[in-house]
Design a protein around this ligand. Structure first.
Ligand code: SF4
Length: 462
């Protein structure tokens, strides 16, 4: 019998909806937790994999989610009476007349010798706009209450800073564990656009605070598909980053899952499905990216595909195809439907922005600027498209990355480090492709363009 220590699941305790006891959310055992803070506990005892999986099978996460979201203190629509004032605030804080006009016209902006070609789709997506508007409505609706967000509302530092200025606080966290000790039943807690875990939702519901859930319906659609995987006895293969908030939330709604970052990891798993391999190596490779007690020899008999909504759609499709072909090879066409299921859960906004970027990089461009928060997954994928095309491209999070003089500080899609480039704008006429991530307000893009126009005029116009 294998055993392991449940140290990874240091977390807040919550009231089990079945037993009303404090339990470890991972192994659900009241015996295996010890207090390490006001509401934090740690699971310390070794436990058998079999025991874990038996207990978890008895839980119906879908039913629990429904129960929590139908509570009268769980708001998923915002506050209609605040919508008009909020819309005015959104327009003044985040939109840009310059970009609005370009969007309505030929997607080009000219200033001096600089021509900017905008992607045909860029910037705030519907889900992000909705989440930010709901957060602002919440602030207006509860002017006196303490308001918290379990995480960044979206992946844009300027938007999050603006909310902080409005006295909306972020729940502190460390190593993926949130410390809710400061939150009381009188408070209001906003769940961000990429959702929250089932355990966080349950903890807050048990606490009795007002919850405003801004989770994008596209993200909920992925959660519905992992429910369907479970009902079909399939393991969810989630294409995403195991430490991304959206994927952490999606994983919390699945029973059995494995998270794959890219096609190389998918190939490794598919090879294991077909030919077996070193089980210890497998477990160590995916140690942060699979459900508790995951056994590659047992849990890869039937799979369903899900994704973090902001991954590269071509890669998600390629991963799904690879698993389908693998199951076809292993079980034959008659049995395929018992071993493989997939639903289209790539969100339209991600798809449109990636398609627009693919079109943009086909144009004759001297360079590309990709604007968005550095922790924004969808923005880094846009940058990746420009890099693959071999066009000089700069991923920046705001206008302050440009200057002084003809200089830019930027990131690449793969590196966390900031890079610098002197003389990034060439002399004379220049054509720049511009796009921005789904969490980037147009106002920031406008500020970036104004900085570029000024620098080109000062240093490169002759
Ligand atoms: S990128 Fe897609 S899933 Fe994410 S918030 Fe926008 S619309 Fe929703």
């Amino acid at each position: 019998m294998m055993s392991f220590i449940c140290l990874r699941y240091v977390t807040v305790t919550f009231q089990s909806w079945e037993k009303k006891k404090k339990v470890c959310f991972h192994c659900h055992s009241p015996k295996r937790v010890q207090a390490v803070g006001p509401v934090w506990t740690q699971c310390i005892e070794p436990n058998s994999l079999e025991e874990h999986s038996l207990y978890e099978e008895s839980l119906d996460k879908r039913a629990l989610r429904r129960k929590l979201t139908s509570s009268e203190k769980f708001n998923r629509r915002g506050f209609s009476e605040e919508k008009e004032a909020t819309q005015m605030l959104m327009n003044s804080e985040f939109s840009s007349l310059l970009l609005q006009e370009a969007r309505a016209g030929n997607k080009e902006i000219r200033s001096g010798k600089v021509t900017v070609k905008l992607a045909s789709s860029y910037g705030f997506c519907w889900g992000v706009e909705r989440a930010v508007a709901m957060a602002l409505e919440t602030r207006k609706h509860f002017p006196k209450q303490k308001i918290w967000i379990t995480n960044e509302i979206i992946h844009n530092p300027k938007v999050n800073a603006r909310l902080a200025e409005m006295n909306v606080q972020f729940v502190p966290h460390k190593n993926f564990v949130r410390d809710f000790s400061g939150v009381s039943s009188e408070d209001v807690v906003i769940l961000p656009a990429f959702g929250a875990t089932l355990n966080e939702m349950q903890y807050l519901s048990d606490l009795g605070c007002q919850i405003v859930d801004t989770t994008c319906p596209w993200v909920s659609k992925v959660w519905n598909s992992v429910d369907k995987h479970k009902r079909a006895n399939c393991t969810s293969v989630i294409h995403g980053k195991w430490n991304h908030e959206e994927t952490i939330a999606t994983a919390s709604f699945s029973e059995k899952y494995i998270i794959v970052l890219n096609i190389e990891q998918a190939q490794y798993i598919c090879k294991y499905i077909l030919y077996g391999g070193d089980k210890n190596e497998f477990i160590s490779k995916f140690k942060n990216a699979m459900s508790s007690g995951f056994d590659p020899d047992r849990d890869l008999e039937a799979v369903g595909i899900a994704n973090q909504t902001t991954m590269l759609k071509n890669e998600t499709n390629a991963i799904a195809k690879l698993f389908e072909e693998t199951m076809l090879k292993k079980f034959g066409p008659q049995e395929l439907s018992k071993h493989f299921i997939a639903f289209n859960t790539i969100c339209d906004a991600t798809q449109e922005r990636q398609d627009a970027m693919l079109d943009l990089v086909e144009e004759p461009l001297d360079l590309v600027l990709v604007v968005g928060g550095f922790n924004s997954s969808n923005t880094s994928h846009l940058q990746e498209i420009a890099e693959r095309k071999g066009i000089p491209s700069y991923y920046i999070d705001g206008p302050e990355r440009i200057g002084p003089h003809n200089r830019i500080v930027f990131r690449s899609s793969s590196s966390q480090e900031l890079l610098e480039k002197e003389n990034f704008l060439k002399r004379g006429p220049i054509t720049i492709g511009v796009t921005s991530g789904a969490s980037t307000p147009d106002k920031i893009v406008q500020d970036v363009l104004e900085r570029v126009f000024m620098i080109h005029k000062l240093y490169c116009s002759s």
